[in-house]
Design a binder for this molecule. Structure first.
Ligand code: IPM
Ligand code: MN
Length: 356
C-alpha cells in the first residue's frame, strides 16, 4: 500500500452527504479487517461551498485535494444554484474546475447488470439474457466541454468541439490498456461522418490500435451506439469515446444496470491524484429522505482502494459485499419493488458493511 494515505472527502450536495456516510462506514470495516489507516480530511465543493465561501471550488478545497492521493466525491449541484454564472456554478466552476485542477483526462464508468437486477432493467428479458459488463472510457479534458471559443450572450450561445492528436493518443492508449485487461474488445464511438474533431479521433484511434493487435477495434457512430446499447448491450466490452458522448452514453448504460445509483466512476490524469465519484447526479428530489442508493458511492470507494492504494483484495471484498446484498434481494427503493426487502440508505450501508 502507498505510504501517503491522505483522502480528501468532499460530500457535496443533494444525496452526496448521505451516501458518503455509508461509504465511510464501509471504509471503517475495511480498515479494521486489513489493519489499515487512512487520513481523511473533509472539504466543501459545489453548492454548499457557494453558500459557505461564495465559490464552488474554494481555495481551501483546492489545497486539500492537491495535498491528497485520492479525492472521494459525493455529488454536486441542485436547483438552488442553477442560475449562477458558469464559472461560479457547481457544475462548471466546481466539478469541471476540479477535473481541470487535477489534470484528469480518463474517466472510467463500469456498468454491470447483476443477476437480481435483470428484472429492474428497462430492457426486455430477451436482451438481458446475456451478460452485460461494459466500461465506458470517457475522455475528460477536452472536447466541447473545455474548447475555446465558447460564449453566451443574450442572442447566442456557442461551444467549440476540438480534439488534438496528443489528447486522443493518450485516451486511446488508456482505452486499449483497459481492453487488454478485460475481454479485448473496444468500440470507439464518434460522429466521424459529420464532425471534423471526430475524423481526427477515428484516425488517431486507428493508429494507436496498431500497437494493440490483440484488441479488436470497432468504430461506431454515436447515434448508432446509442441504439446498439438498447438493442444489444452485450456486444460491448470497452466503449472509448469523447467527453460529451461519454457523458451521454454512460448515463444510458447506467440505466441498463437497473439504476443510476449503482454506477461508480474513477478519473485519472497526468498527476497522481485521482478522483472517485458516483456517475449519477445529486438527485435533489430525494435528498434528505434517507432513500438514496449508496451503492455507486460504495463502489467508487472500491475503485479508490484498488487504483489509488493498490488494495485489490479489499476492493473486491467491497464489490462482493455489494453483490451479495443485492443478489439476496435487498436494496434501496430504486432497485427493489417488494416492500419487505426495501432498505433505507443507512440500512443498505449497514448490510454491505456487515459482510466485510
Ligand atoms: C457527469 C456529470 C457532469 C458532466 C456535470 C455535472 C458537469 O453529468 O459527471 O457525468 O457532465 O461531466
Ligand atoms: Mn453526466
Amino acid at each position: 500500500m502507498k505510504k501517503n494515505k491522505k483522502i480528501a472527502v468532499l460530500p457535496g450536495d443533494g444525496i452526496g452527504p448521505e451516501v458518503m456516510k455509508e461509504a465511510l462506514k464501509v471504509l471503517e470495516k475495511v480498515k479494521k479487517k486489513y489493519g489499515l489507516d487512512f487520513e481523511l480530511k473533509f472539504g466543501d465543493i459545489g453548492g454548499i461551498a457557494i453558500d459557505k465561501y461564495d465559490h464552488p471550488l474554494p481555495e481551501q478545497t483546492k489545497n486539500l485535494c492537491l495535498n491528497s492521493v485520492a479525492v472521494l466525491l459525493g455529488s454536486i449541484g441542485g436547483p438552488k444554484w442553477d442560475n449562477y454564472p458558469p464559472e461560479k456554478n457547481p457544475e462548471i466552476g466546481g466539478l469541471l474546475g476540479l477535473r481541470k485542477l487535477l489534470n484528469l483526462y480518463v474517466n472510467l464508468r463500469p456498468v454491470v447488470l447483476y443477476e437480481r437486477l435483470k428484472e429492474n432493467s428497462p430492457l426486455s428479458e430477451k436482451i438481458t439474457e446475456s451478460d452485460i459488463d461494459i466500461i465506458t472510457v470517457r475522455e475528460l479534458s477536452q472536447g466541447i466541454y473545455f474548447s475555446k471559443p465558447k460564449n453566451l450572450t443574450d442572442n447566442e450561445g456557442y461551444d467549440t468541439m476540438r480534439y488534438d492528436r496528443q489528447t486522443v493518443n493518450r485516451i486511446a492508449k488508456s482505452g486499449f490498456e483497459i481492453a487488454k485487461s478485460r475481454r479485448r474488445k473496444i468500440t470507439s464511438v464518434d460522429k466521424a461522418n459529420v464532425l471534423y474533431s471526430s475524423k481526427l479521433w477515428r484516425k488517431t484511434v486507428s493508429e494507436i490500435s496498431k500497437n494493440y493487435p490483440e484488441v479488436e477495434l470497432t468504430h461506431m457512430y454515436v447515434d448508432n451506439a446509442a441504439m446498439q446499447l438498447i438493442l444489444n448491450p452485450s456486444q460491448f466490452d470497452v466503449i472509448l469515446t469523447t467527453n460529451l458522448f461519454g457523458d451521454i452514453l454512460s448515463d444510458e448504460s447506467a440505466a441498463i444496470s437497473g439504476s443510476l445509483g449503482m454506477i461508480p466512476s474513477a478519473s485519472f490524469g497526468k498527476g497522481n491524484i485521482n478522483l472517485y465519484e458516483p456517475a449519477g447526479g445529486s438527485a435533489p428530489d430525494i435528498a434528505g429522505k434517507g432513500i438514496a442508493n449508496p451503492v455507486a458511492q460504495i463502489l467508487s470507494l472500491a475503485m479508490m482502494l484498488e487504483y489509488s492504494f493498490g488494495l485489490k483484495e479489499a476492493a473486491n471484498d467491497v464489490r462482493e459485499a455489494v453483490k451479495k446484498t443485492v443478489n439476496e434481494g435487498y436494496g434501496t427503493i430504486d432497485i427493489v419493488k417488494n416492500k419487505k426487502y426495501v432498505l433505507s440508505t443507512s440500512e443498505m450501508g449497514d448490510s454491505i458493511a456487515e459482510k466485510i
